[in-house]
Unconditional design. Structure first.
Length: 473
């Protein structure tokens, strides 16, 4: 018997039943639905709509169902459309006709909004823990490879040398902001729609605050129509999740390059690589590629959710049922991606020599040499010009910037046309100073500002990140 069947004389067409059913998806909400129902029963008791004895029986029945759900023993009946009606029917089967009182003062509209908010809240908490674990993996690798120097790129071209740890800590910063965005979304998720009824508010004197408090909500929705039709909390959550995937995808992209033998910066563990069905030589970074690929799906879910909402008049429209697949899938995808990336990062090995050799390619220390000239009194524009000429001379001679001759330095200073540069030529100690600045260590040490890659700064940033993670427990 359909729970809403009173005014219907004909059975639902099989195609309609198949088309509208959501139990395969929304059974994910079962425990949230039961928690909401238990709080609602207490509320009905407080309002004098159920006797103490009825409350006890209904709560015992709902708790029994929760145990069955947790044990995976509850049988879902596809004929019962969705999780709410399945659980209501299962309750009646368990406690008898008194189960028919559960839905007093409640609609599936405020019910599903409540369930989804409870689900979102606990999912955010689980995601937060997974992000922290990923941060731990990155910080662990940064600590292990604290000395490794790598080429920092702009335009994918060699730019300036950086510590590998500095590069990894950049991702820790992104992930921290992802946590912040989720925590921010959580505050707006954590509001109770229960008592909004179908759209106009429940027709009984329910103490909405008390029920909300029992469910751990921080407040109640102020408008019943908004309460049943708002899904902007889903959009916010998807936006944070999509951005988290984008961050992981960028790291995944970098790992695919770093592990390419041409780069040879890192080697992925066998456990985090896959082979080719045809080419026996292959060792592929498939998990990283799939993180990158799945980011695309999550981005699609975010834009799909926005599209779902844009044309909906108030209040609840059945379209809203379509909020769950993208949300559930995206949250699961981010969690799985965080877990697999953490494993990949924890187990990869670094070839410091290869990294260091690449860091010096492309005259990446040129900016540090120009800065050294500025410290000797030259205007930066002149210094830039002088070092540009020096880079060209080094390249023509097949020399690295830290191996240029005194004569090349004098010539470059002279070619600038700036009398200050010409006067500097041949100054005591200058050539050695410039060659020192041109060495990787010299260039790294010169970026000595908060947030810079100077080793002392990176050590401090790493220690701060580690201390913060310790506090997370
Ligand atoms: N399965 C529905 C959903 O996910 C539950 C609410 C249905 N409400 C209704 N009036 N048909 O949105």
């Amino acid at each position: 018997m359909r729970l809403w069947g009173g005014r219907f004389s004909a059975a639902t067409d099989e195609r309609v039943a198949d088309f509208t059913r959501s139990i395969e998806v929304d059974r994910e909400l079962a425990l949230d639905d039961l928690a909401g129902s238990i709080a609602h029963v207490h509320g009905l008791g407080r309002a004098g709509l159920l006797t103490a004895e009825e409350v006890t029986q209904l709560v015992a029945g709902l708790e029994g169902l929760a145990a069955e759900v947790e044990a995976g023993r509850l049988e879902w009946d596809p004929a019962l459309e969705d999780v709410h009606m399945n659980l209501e029917a299962a309750l009646e089967a368990r406690v008898g006709p008194i189960g028919r009182k559960l839905h007093t003062g409640r609609s599936r509209n405020d019910q599903v909004a409540t369930d989804l908010r409870l689900w979102a809240r606990r999912s955010i908490d689980r995601l937060d823990a997974a992000i922290v674990a990923m941060e731990r993996a990155l910080v662990g690798l940064a600590e292990r490879e604290g000395e490794a120097v790598m080429p920092g790129l702009t335009h994918i071209q060699p730019a300036q040398p950086v510590l590998f740890a500095h590069h990894l800590l950049a991702y820790v910063e992104m992930l921290e902001r992802d946590r912040g965005r989720l925590a921010d979304a959580r505050r707006r998720v954590n509001v109770s729609p229960l008592g909004a009824g179908a759209l106009a508010g429940a027709g009984y004197p329910l103490d909405r605050e008390a029920t909300a408090a029992e469910l751990g909500f921080e407040g109640v929705s102020a408008n019943s129509m908004d309460a049943v039709s708002d899904r902007d909390f889903v959009v916010e959550m998807l936006a944070a999740v999509a951005l988290g995937m984008v961050h992981l995808s960028r790291l995944a992209e970098e790992i695919t390059w770093w592990s390419n033998p041409r780069f040879g910066f890192v080697r992925l563990a066998d456990a985090f690589s896959t082979g080719s069905s045809m080419m026996p030589n292959k060792k592929n970074p498939d998990p990283a590629e799939l993180v990158r690929g799945r980011a695309a799906r999550v981005i699609g879910s975010l834009s799909g959710m926005l599209a779902l909402l844009k044309g909906l008049p108030l209040t609840y429209q059945r379209d809203l049922q379509e909020d769950k697949p993208p949300l559930f899938e995206s949250v699961a995808t981010l969690r799985a991606s965080l877990e697999v990336m953490a494993g990949m990062v924890e187990t990869l090995t670094v070839d410091r020599e290869r990294m260091r050799a690449a860091a010096a390619e492309g005259h990446t220390t040129a900016t540090a040499v120009a800065d050294a000239l500025v410290r000797r009194g030259l205007p930066f524009r002149t210094a830039h010009h002088v070092v540009g000429a020096l880079v060209a001379a080094a390249e023509a001679a097949g020399l690295a910037l830290d191996a240029v001759t005194d004569a090349m330095i004098t010539a470059a200073l002279g070619a600038s046309g700036d009398p200050a540069a010409v006067a500097l030529a041949g100054t005591a100690g200058l050539a050695d100073e410039l060659r020192a600045a041109a060495r990787l260590e010299g260039a790294l040490a010169s970026c000595d500002v908060v947030g810079g890659t100077a080793p002392a700064r990176v050590r401090a940033a790493l220690a701060a990140a580690r201390a913060r993670l310790e506090r997370e427990g």
